[in-house]
Design a protein around this ligand. Sequence first.
Ligand code: GLA
Length: 708
Amino acid sequence: MIKYFKEHKLFKIDTLNTTYAFKVVYDKYVSHLYYGKKIANEIKLNEMYNEVPISFAAYPKDIGVDFSLETILTELSFFDNGDIKDVAIKTEYNGSCVTQFEYKDFKIYDGRVVFDDMPYSRNGDKSLEIIYFDKISKIELHSYYVVYYDTDTIVRFIKFINNGSENITLRKAMSMQLDLPTSDYNFGYLVGEYYNERNYLENPINVGKQSIYSKRGHSSHHFNPFAMLKSVGSTETLGDVYGVEFVYSGDFVISVEKTLSKKARLSVGLNDETFSWLLLPNEEFFTPEVIMTYSANGVGQLSRNFHDHLRNNIINPNFVNKKRPIVINSWEATHFDIDEQILIEYAESAKTTGIDTLVIDDGWFGLRNSDNSSLGDWYVNKEKFPNGLKAFSEKIHNLGLNLGIWIEPEMISPDSNLYRKHPEWALGDINRERLLSRKQLVLDLCNDEAINCVAKQIIDTLKDVKLEYIKWDFNRSLSNAYSMALPIERQGEVKHRFQLGSYKLHKILTQAFPDVLFEGCCGGGGRFDAGILFYCPQIWTSDNTDPIDRLKIQYGTNLAYPLSTISAHVSKTKNNDIETDLDIGLRFAVASCGILGYELDLRKFSNKTKQQLLNLNSLYSEIAELIINGDLYRDDNMISVVSKDKKFAYIVFFNFTNSSQFNLYNLGLDKDINYIDTLSGKMLKELLNCNKSFDVKETYKLLLLKEE
Ligand code: GLA
């Protein structure tokens, strides 16, 4: 799995289908050799090392003019040390940012280093640790490669240790770099905005640099910390594709650079524009990790690698395979207009439909009747819940439903008791203007007192309430990031420390409610990332639930994240206000390709529609296991989820023209299995074996296939 070939000073990392290799040259530099389809022969790998002299390049005197760090492929690159491309690491020592790390040693061991303050991939088959050092500052840099053999994934991150006697400052600390010898790739990534998250975009990489990033203090609606390099011409099922996914929820940057000599470099890590870190003697600093994968069989396989990796290693093992609730959430139907009576009527109208959990969304706490107050005051609003939440929960459970509740713990309203008591707990310099967004400020999570105070309030309010689900929201981006809790010389650390504080709060609350399923949310889907998935097994995907828009948003999302994480509700949208306009079937078809729920005022619905919901929810219960565990296959307007043993599959076709031809070839089915579509009673052998297509005239069609 990880081998060191001493004669070539060559490291070879193998997963089930891939090989990754690099070697030490001139005893001090680490040169990347290869990442791609599995290669058995290390001699062949060794021959891939290539030095290309160019004019104007800087070279070390003891090696000579033919060698340059500008032209060899490297595993990591260091600021102002011969490589003028976009480098991975920049440190400041004694006023200078010249960064010179040299190879020192390596370690290979079982398992992996575990993080205690950040999300990470659990398990890990084997680890390789490459140790670099800087002779002058005495900083050590450990670059990690953790192998997940079966999923073809390698996790990468870096640790710095200050072994010297002087302070140093980390100015740029990427988690990984991948140099590729050629550059015929398209850069694929997810862009969006509120109400329109994660649209897939792809463009050829050009000479120069392109990046996607966040500076918003959350991974953001605008870019997602996921990207691909796709060989030109690759498709869903064919071609070389490299993918990276950052296990982090704050400011990030993923950049790709192409050189004139047609090489490519992909880098992933903390956004250096909003990051610096003072490292005192004897201190350590870990970067967040990146999950990296390669598929020789197109984007579909790359997605499945990520899905399996996230399910096996990132999502809380106590929940990953657990049946998820089918919720009815109050937000889209009533917004802040909630109280005990309305919600009980809600629950009563839902209980015959197969919905199993009522979620009280925003508006249950403090004096919260609109979005202009009370964040930070996490006690129940007695006017709305005169008997308290415990008694309310008992009533809901007596009706046969479970209960969920909404919180937004990382925020503070200027109109709140908490703010009146602690204005210095809001992020921003108290002497400057602090900009509002959604009428709120952000709690300074660099401050442990603020974290503990909010956590305690929430725990005290909810600890005696029978609850099965918590929706954790985050409704604005960070601005004016200054912490009153940090000294002047640490203000460059605010963004990352805020993120570590957010993870601390996630840890405290998820540990306080170990049996509760947490769902992440961020003004729709503005924080959909592997970091949040470590604490919240599912995430609200977008406030936009229009089925056509959602198809695009969910497609982008499932490129990187498994269906079991994609929370998808049937609700009215802006143009659809009344029951008759709601094509519930189509909305269900889209939402069923994720974790199904509802946001509708069912009190207004006819018994006929409620019966339709019951039928749809029964169907969903049958496929729920596939959504949680299955393998995803995509084709134009088709989604298929197939069980690992191939005997069970759920397929949805969408047809937005009058009639479309579909076939079943690329949907992950096994030609040797006789499938029956249990919804129509039809056998599918012929369709699967005789290159036949079939016509769909309806807007959507569902197939539920089982082995005959
Ligand atoms: C965000 C969420 C919504 C809802 C509101 C409540 O916008 O995306 O689903 O919870 O906040 O304020």
